[in-house]
Design a protein around this ligand. Structure first.
Ligand code: 5GP
Length: 364
């Protein structure tokens, strides 16, 4: 197995519906086509198209949501996405998704998230740890390190930690955003740890989501923002002023934004393939990864939408290594460093540190 696949990895920026398997998306679309809900012949080529601009990506998401937004589909997609990440040795996954309401299907934002939780419980190929340990008596034998030791004895199943972030879509109102935050607070016992702001960056105003984001932070939820996906100097400035716990992308930053980002040390979720495919960054050699890595700014490699952009986290590590001349040890350190800015508690962090330290011995 290639080292970028076998190496333990941490995924902090993965949208549930964007991570759907091609096969599943086509199968669900075909089933809706057979029922006459959509015209499959009109959507097949949209699904199969490989390179899309950012605005085309959001058109595809509208289609994906028509096809996927019912309870059984959400449960299935969640199960498959977790299995896919675990199969490439992701040991900690923060999965984000926008809770959706669809009265005609009897779906509320809460029942949508319950369907996601059902998907986590349905995973059978690995053990999924998603209930925070302060909710469940800590079972030492289920720690990753114990798992690693047992695996050496050939007796253990793989394990993945999963935590959930609820996304606010930029099309939503202040009230709808607040509803999502309240749901996140109610769902903390089930591993919901934070709030993400995402959706088409050409839509909506920062001021609309600010009250909900402030409230979320006051209540102890973690916040990550899609920031600088398009050129919008004022919004980037306001977002950095808010001091989120992490940001994603940072493609259209100006000098002053970089200064603020670096002085505040906000970790950046870097999505190389997504940035290149959506033309947010012209070529990989001018990607801001290089500058941030060189100044030791906290950053983490992520997939964004592994289904939509036909990538995997292993592939993102491989691309970074080959494009920026980094070796296996450096990539291992990069992966391990991400432990420090995950949104889970210290018990999980300690477990991951022990696991990576143990895995590091195999590098020498
Ligand atoms: P979901 O929240 O339905 O599970 O995942 C898909 C949604 O995530 C999209 O409809 C969009 O709101 C958000 N999303 C996925 N990829 C991106 C991205 O690259 N940029 C932004 N701003 N939002 C995204």
């Amino acid at each position: 197995m290639e080292w970028w696949v076998s190496m333990p990895k941490i995924e902090l920026h993965a949208h549930l519906n964007g991570s759907i398997r091609d096969f599943t998306l086509l199968e669900l679309a075909k089933a809706l086509g057979d029922k006459g809900v959509i015209d499959f012949s009109q959507v097949e080529h949209v699904i199969l198209k490989n390179d899309r601009s950012l605005s085309e990506v959001f058109k595809l998401f509208d289609l994906i949501h028509i096809v996927t937004t019912d309870h059984p589909s959400i449960t299935r997609i969640t199960k498959e996405v977790v299995e896919d990440f675990a199969s490439e040795n992701v040991v900690y996954l923060e999965l984000r998704t926008t809770p959706k309401k669809n009265d005609s299907l009897g779906m509320s934002k809460r029942s949508y998230i319950e369907a996601v939780l059902e998907g986590l419980r349905a995973v059978s190929s690995v053990d999924v740890a998603f209930i925070p340990c302060n909710e469940e008596p800590r079972n030492l034998s289920s720690s990753l390190l114990a798992d690693a030791n047992d695996k050496c004895n050939g007796s253990m199943r793989k394990k993945i930690f999963v935590r959930l972030l609820l996304s606010i879509d930029r099309r939503e109102t202040t009230e709808a955003a607040m509803e999502t935050v309240i749901l996140a607070l109610e769902m903390r016992h089930f591993g919901v740890v934070g709030i993400d702001l995402s959706g088409n960056p050409a839509v909506g105003e920062w001021i609309t989501y600010l009250p909900a984001l402030k409230f979320a932070r006051e209540q102890g939820l973690y916040i990550t923002l899609h920031c600088g996906e398009v050129s919008n100097s004022k919004e980037i400035h306001d977002m950095l002023d808010f001091l989120p716990h992490r940001i994603g992308h940072a493609c259209f930053f100006e000098e002053e934004h970089w200064r603020r980002l670096k002085s505040s040390n906000i970790p950046v979720e870097i999505c190389l393939t997504s940035n290149i495919k959506t033309l947010s960054v012209p070529t990989i050699d001018v990607h801001h990864f290089v500058d941030l890595y060189n100044v030791k700014h906290p950053l983490v490699l992520c997939t964004d939408d592994s289904g939509v952009f036909s990538t995997t986290l292993s592939n993102e590590y491989k691309i970074a290594a080959s494009s920026f001349g980094l070796g296996q040890k450096e990539m291992f350190e990069l992966s391990k460093n991400a432990i420090e800015f995950i949104f889970a508690d210290n018990v999980v962090k300690e477990d991951l540190r022990n696991f990576f330290n143990s895995a590091a011995k195999n590098l020498e």
